[in-house]
Design a protein around this ligand. Structure first.
Ligand code: NAD
Length: 335
């Protein structure tokens, strides 16, 4: 099958080429993001393959359909960037990679926590300059702290298990409670109880109309003073301008984010010689207690391998008219 892959980097090309057994599929790699302006690049391809910041809105989908596309193969889990109704109207099927090493994201979440807490990034720079002082590097023990986890799906569960290993008390909130986690000592509570009682809050629910700006001014007002907030899920779960206020008034003691509301204009690119125009991001970067990574939670060898193999299987199943086990349907968008 001929597939146009958008938003591709060298590592996408490496893994897709490696797992394209017998050169079964033909790939055209584009570095551009997929949106209504670039949709016509897909002409002559039956499938497009997109990632988290491709904009598959109605306009894009109509153009893809006009150009003969019958399948959208997402090489990510989230599908909040796809207009499912528009795709259905155009009889375009959507498939995704529902799980690619949840441990990759859970472990990156822990990396953010430990870096913010023990300030290893600052220690690294100090030592290189011959500064062996410990001043201002004080951290805190994770043992016995209360960790609030919103969303205990695949990644949230992996994260719970790691934090239980640290000896933390885990409060969780999800619309579906996990008996397996309860048996391990996780206690399900309302969101308000999590906000009120947690020393550290980590977000692992998807971005939906219900969770958009879940963490806003009102939510910050309920949190403990000096709380640590971590978001490796989707940027718009946090209203960033309210997070900046909470950092300024010291309600928020630490912020670690792998995702950002306006990340599609920034992340996955080298802008080191550009003038960054995003004042909100620049303000965030200016805080000493904020750590930002550019959506790299998924970025392990194991996850890249699984993304490529699952996406290629999804495409082959579609080509062979087989059952699509990873299909995204309209009703999935309403969950
Ligand atoms: P998942 O579907 O297994 O789990 C999501 C959980 O959130 C489910 O248990 C669901 O019931 C729960 N949920 C849904 N709505 C909720 C609400 N309103 N309140 C509380 N809980 C709610 O998904 P996952 O694989 O664990 O991924 C979680 C999120 O992580 C994804 O949606 C995606 O946005 C993000 N993600 C980030 C990266 C990264 O590189 N940073 C990589 C993969 C996924």
């Amino acid at each position: 099958m001929k597939i146009a892959l958008f938003s591709t980097k060298s590592y996408d090309r490496e893994y897709f080429d490696k797992y394209n057994n017998d050169d079964r599929h033909t790939f055209t790699y584009f570095e551009e993001t997929l949106n209504s302006s670039t949709a016509e690049f897909a002409k002559g391809h039956e499938a497009v393959c997109g990632f988290v910041n491709d904009k598959l809105d109605k306009q894009t989908i109509v153009k893809l359909s006009e150009n003969g596309v019958r399948l959208i193969a997402l090489r990510c889990a989230g599908f909040n960037n796809v207009d499912l109704v528009a795709a259905s109207e155009k009889s375009i099927k959507i498939v995704r990679v529902p799980a690619y090493s949840p441990q990759a994201v859970a472990e990156h979440t822990v990396a953010l926590i430990l870096t913010l807490n023990r300030k290893t990034h600052k220690a690294y720079n100090r030592i290189r300059e011959g500064n062996f002082s410990l001043e201002k590097l004080t951290g805190f023990n994770l043992f016995n702290k209360t960790v609030g986890i919103i969303g205990t799906g695949k990644i949230g569960t992996a994260f719970c298990e790691i934090m239980l290993g640290f000896g933390c008390n885990i409060l969780a909130h999800d619309i579906f409670e996990s008996d397996a986690l309860k048996a391990k000592g996780v206690v399900y509570k309302s969101i308000d109880e999590i906000l009120l009682n947690s020393d550290l809050i980590s977000l692992h629910c998807p971005l939906t109309p219900q969770t958009n700006h879940l963490i806003n001014k009102e939510a910050f007002s309920k949190m403990k003073n000096g709380v640590m907030l971590i978001n490796t899920s989707r940027g718009a779960l946090i209203k960033t301008t309210d997070a900046i206020e909470a950092l300024k008034n010291e309600k928020l003691g630490y912020l670690g984010i792998d995702v950002y509301e306006q990340e599609e204009n920034l992340f996955f690119r080298d802008l080191s010689e550009d003038i960054i125009q995003d004042e909100i991001l620049l303000r965030l970067i200016s805080f000493p207690n904020v750590l930002i990574t550019a959506h790299q939670g998924f970025f392990t060898k194991e996850a890249l391998e699984q993304i490529a193999t699952t996406t290629l299987k999804n495409i082959s199943d579609f080509e062979n008219g087989e059952y699509l086990e990873n299909e995204v349907k309209i009703e999935d968008g309403k969950k």
